[in-house]
Design a protein around this ligand. Structure first.
Ligand SMILES: [Zn+2]
Length: 199
């Protein structure tokens, strides 16, 4: 039992973060209180502002505080005619940091998983269909994770794109089976983009 209920509350709150158990939470709480209280207040303010203001871009569903994010707003990217579909914002970041892709994105925020109640609606497929039917997308690049669910999602989206006569390709292998895109080094992603194959 701690002498401060507020400290206990802080320790409990910190444990919502991935990989942070009770012991790490205690260490972080003491660190935040021991020194640099000004920075801790800044962290709290930024966290609050980010949670309140960051939503999803209405075009690509990446996190953004704008209605349309800078990537979607870029004329050059639009002109490329390429649309890369990824499962998570961190996958987008991984493809982006490979430095080899200059098209647009669409973030699913997951994959089809009927058991967990995740269907086309949860993945924003209605928004994706709007984009595919607008005639601006020439090539759809599937960069879902190479898992059973990721592959099922990819084949569902590929069928949609073909309805609009959009050519569909998939990242080349080199991405280890069952692995997440964001755990893979930039060169591997760049290579799988360069050697993508028709789906
Ligand atoms: Zn966007």
């Amino acid at each position: 039992m701690s002498a401060s209920p507020l400290l206990e509350k802080l320790i409990k709150s910190l444990q919502i973060m991935p990989g942070i158990g009770p012991r790490s939470a205690v260490r972080i709480a003491y660190h935040l209180l021991d020194r640099r209280r000004e920075e801790s207040v800044q962290l709290a303010d930024t966290l609050k502002e980010a949670v309140e203001k960051i939503g999803l871009c209405s075009h690509c569903r990446d996190y953004s505080e704008e209605e349309v994010c800078p990537i979607c707003a870029s004329f050059k990217r639009k002109q490329s005619g390429q649309l890369c579909v990824v499962e998570t914002p961190s996958d987008l970041l991984a493809v982006e940091s490979s430095g080899n892709y200059f098209g647009q994105y669409f973030v699913l925020h997951g994959h089809l998983s009927p058991i967990d109640g995740v269907g086309p609606t949860e993945l924003g497929i209605d928004i994706l269909i709007k984009r595919l039917s607008a005639g601006e997308v020439k090539e759809l690049i599937l960069a879902t994770n190479p898992t059973v669910e990721g592959d099922a999602t990819a084949s569902y989206i590929a069928a949609l794109a073909k309805r609009y006569n959009i050519s569909v390709s998939k990242l080349a292998s080199g991405v280890p089976l069952g692995g997440d895109l964001d755990n893979i080094d930039e060169q591997t992603i760049a290579a799988s983009l360069a050697h993508r194959r028709p789906y």
